[in-house]
Design a protein around this ligand. Structure first.
Ligand code: ATP
Ligand code: MG
Length: 651
């Protein structure tokens, strides 16, 4: 088990004074949300505007074979009107989106709510003109440009279902998602600049169209000005179709349970799943978590560095913040371009108050030392967030001390594409944090720790098992697109009556939750179960180590042996001596049982495009089964795998 008896970081009295929620209020609201979900959500559902108010709140069933999830089912609304129209009266001139392009050339744009309205209405009319209507699917394959947000909101406005495909994906991945949803329109750009290099998205889309089996149109946003080829009749420039189009498109009245979007999971554990989210519950929950988790106040500039191709971008760049009338930053580039100070420069330039990123980015920047952070004035920062993977205490402490100067609460948010919004997270004015723990459930969330084998509920503190959720919350996924059976089999079959998260977890003596990694990743060494996260954290706590990934390999005596892939910090070289030192280090940190059997130096680790380490691939490499790597379509840099195979130990 990770060391849980560590010093807690209490929110400062000054922070608590201005926070939406303090510790007592959290207790009170949490209790109310569990004892009376209908009353609690009936009240908080009103935070968004309904065309026809709901009379029913929760109607959900987790019974395997008949899983059915409905929230606010008889209410009607329009999500885009909630994110735009209702703000125009009071904050039409306020900035909705600050767009920061890849090049650091001062051409950042401030898009006001009035301008957002005009862009989205026009975009919506263009889509209508292309024959897109209620319930039709639209695939969005765009770089991080404002048009990505316009496109999503335009779909929401006319009741079309969007499916955003990350712009780093291949033509094949794009084609399979277009085919899978029979999308009428695909939206792309000529090219997308990232880190100073332009990817021709239009070329990728052209290649994808060779494999698209139905009649679809391609709408192209002009971004990079690169040369592209053109198919008359099929391809259309957005700016041409927008010319002369009205900027008034009445919002469709949508049922709360009509689908809003389809989005695929990251593919860390296997085949990505096409997650379906609906309108009402999703917007209520994402806007509420955005406000409470980040302690967002009117006037704050909020920045989530995710890509809109991931759920984090959907819920916490676009829908949650805009429903709250916030100012949200959208960044086109990468953390290390033109140099490793880029994030911090943007924070300084735009006086960012809430900053939300992933452990992978924090570790990468930590590897570059403190210099690039210290160059900038980060006094505007109030809250720091993280999402995507367990964060090692080492990286947490660096984030806290070097970025936050010890004065910004850190919210480690555990959630999934499937959950739509934050599930376990500190609230910055309410929760004393412990580095590496996602702490406590958000309102309405009932986590349970189950024994992995028997499925029985483990009560009390100091227990470890698999994480499941006992009852529904408003932004829960409703189904796998076109495959309700798969939905039930994946999440409700193994542990009857619960939503199974596929993550391992422990609950400590304070009732705090610690995600120990994916269930598939749990090691069993001589009968001892260990989470990969724990051994990785021990490795990363050594000053020479930047990043580590741990997997089990079959072992005749122990059942499994511990195989570690280690990337070093800038300025450190691999050596046999260092290997021994790391073995001793893990032994001292955790115990003799956790001593690594193999340590392979890894210049890079295989990651999903959303930055998660793909341990399933590392397991195959370590076990010499690299002929069967499985689905690698969501891998960011396939080349790193070749290096790992070539240098495999345990031959
Ligand atoms: P797939 O389901 O296709 O294998 P994925 O699980 O990586 O892909 P996502 O929905 O993007 O797809 O990621 C959710 C997962 O990310 C969680 O189940 C958990 O394993 C991990 N995760 C997210 N946030 C945290 C966090 N704060 N702490 C620990 N783990 C996290
Ligand atoms: Mg998953």
């Amino acid at each position: 088990m990770p060391e849980t008896d560590v010093k807690k970081h209490e929110p400062s009295p000054d922070f608590v004074k201005h926070a939406h929620v303090d510790a007592a209020k959290y207790e009170e609201m949490y209790k109310a949300s569990i004892e009376d979900p209908d009353g609690f959500w009936g009240e908080h559902g009103k935070r968004i505007d309904w065309i026809k108010p709901y009379t029913k709140v929760k109607n959900t069933d987790f019974t395997y074979g008949q899983v059915d999830i409905k929230w606010f089912e008889d209410g009607t609304l329009n999500v885009a009107a909630n994110c735009i129209d209702r703000h125009l009266k009071d904050r039409g001139d306020q900035t909705a989106i600050i767009w920061v392009p890849d090049e650091d050339d001062g051409s950042d744009q401030h898009i006001s709510y009035n301008q957002l309205s005009s862009h989205v209405n026009k975009f919506a009319n263009v889509l209508k003109g292309m024959g897109v209507g209620r319930g039709d699917r639209v695939v969005i394959y765009l770089p991080m440009i404002p048009q990505a947000a316009y496109a999503m909101l335009a779909c929401a406005r006319i009741g079309a279902i969007h499916s955003v495909v990350f712009a780093g994906f291949s033509p094949d991945a794009l084609a399979s998602r277009v085919n899978g949803s029979e999308a009428k329109v695909v939206i792309t750009a000529d090219g997308g600049p990232r880190g100073g290099k332009v990817t021709s998205l239009k070329d990728n889309a052209d290649k994808a169209f060779e494999k698209i089996e139905h009649d679809a149109k391609l709408l192209v946003v002009k971004r990079a000005g690169n040369d592209i080829s053109w198919t008359d009749g099929r391809d259309h420039w957005l700016h041409e179709l927008e010319d002369g189009v009205s900027d008034d498109c009445p919002p469709e009245e949508m049922g709360a349970e009509d689908p809003l979007f389809i989005l695929y999971t990251s593919g860390s554990t296997g085949q990505p799943k096409g997650v379906v989210h609906t309108q009402g519950g999703y917007l209520v929950y994402t806007s509420m978590t955005h406000e409470y988790t980040f302690d967002y106040h009117d006037g704050d500039v909020y920045w989530c560095t995710a890509d809109v191709g991931w759920v984090t971008g959907h819920s916490y760049i676009v829908y949650g913040p805009l429903a709250n009338g916030a100012t949200t930053v959208m960044f086109e580039g990468v953390p290390t371009y033109p140099d490793a100070g880029r994030f911090w420069k943007i924070c300084q330039d735009h006086k960012v108050a809430q900053f939300y990123t992933a452990p992978t980015a924090i570790r990468a920047l930590m590897g570059k030392g403190n210099g690039p952070v210290e160059k900038y004035d980060l006094s505007s920062l109030k809250v720091l967030g993280t999402v995507g993977e367990p964060i090692n205490p080492e990286a947490w402490n660096w984030y806290d001390q070097v970025v936050g100067k010890g004065r910004c609460p850190i919210v480690d948010t555990w959630w999934q594409t499937e959950t739509g919004g934050h599930m376990l997270t500190p609230l910055p004015g309410a929760t004393a944090t412990k580095p590496g723990s996602a702490t406590q459930p958000f309102f309405g969330v009932q986590p349970v720790v189950l024994d992995a084998e028997s499925g029985s509920v483990l009560e009390g503190p100091g227990v470890e098992g698999v994480l499941a959720i006992a009852d529904s919350w408003p932004s829960q996924m409703r189904t796998v697109y076109g495959d309700h059976e798969r939905f039930m089999n994946t999440y409700f079959q193994q542990y009857k009556g619960y939503y199974f998260t596929e993550d391992g977890c422990m609950r400590d003596e304070d009732g705090y939750y610690w995600i120990t990694g994916r269930v598939d990743d749990v090691l069993n060494v001589s009968g001892h179960r260990m989470g990969t996260a724990e051994i990785e954290s021990a490795l990363v706590s050594h000053p020479a180590v930047n990043e580590a990934a741990v997997v089990g390999v079959p072992h005749e005596v122990k059942g499994q042996a511990i195989y570690c892939y280690v990337s070093l910090m800038d300025g450190h070289e691999p050596s046999e001596e260092l290997k021994k030192e790391l073995q001793t280090h893990v032994r001292t940190e955790i115990g003799p049982i956790a001593k690594p059997d193999f340590i392979q130096w890894a210049p890079g680790l295989p990651k999903t495009r959303s930055g998660k380490i793909m341990r399933r691939i590392l397991r195959k490499v370590a076990a010499n089964e690299h002929e069967q790597l499985g689905d690698t379509s969501t891998l960011a840099e396939p080349e790193v795998v070749d290096d790992l195979i070539a240098n495999r130990l345990n031959k």
